[in-house]
Design a protein around this ligand. Structure first.
Ligand SMILES: [Zn+2]
Length: 123
């Protein structure tokens, strides 16, 4: 599972950060997760539990904040959300990576994040 290795890297970075401070317990880790990463939310939560076991982060909560895709057109001035194709089963929809106004290629400006936004700690 790709999520476990990604999460292991994130948790390692958080633990390193915690070593620098006098923190007795972490209550919550807020993770910004971009749609473009294609990392599953449920899988990330599961991976968090597995990876934090036996570390100072064990038992803390992972709060995932979704970062939706935002695009910028290279031809016209459009900048904002992407159009979406709905899946057959409506369980999720797929962003269209072309301009909603002129259908030309776009640049993805948001949605690639996979980073810790904040930590809620008890000092
Ligand atoms: Zn355009």
């Amino acid at each position: 599972m790709h999520e476990v290795s990604v999460m292991a890297g994130i948790v390692e970075a958080v633990l390193k950060e915690l070593e620098k401070h006098q923190v007795s317990r972490v209550e919550e880790v807020e993770l910004l997760l971009g749609e473009m990463t294609r990392l599953g939310r449920d899988q990330m939560e599961f991976a968090y539990e597995v990876v934090t076991r036996g570390t100072p982060l064990e038992g803390s909560r992972l709060s995932i904040v979704d970062e939706a895709i935002e695009i910028k057109c290279l031809s016209c001035s459009y900048e904002g959300e992407a159009d979406r194709l709905e899946d057959d089963d409506f369980s999720h929809n797929i962003p269209v990576l072309s301009c909603p106004d002129c259908s030309r290629p776009v640049e993805v400006v948001k949605g690639r994040s996979c980073m810790v936004k904040s930590l809620k700690v008890l000092e």
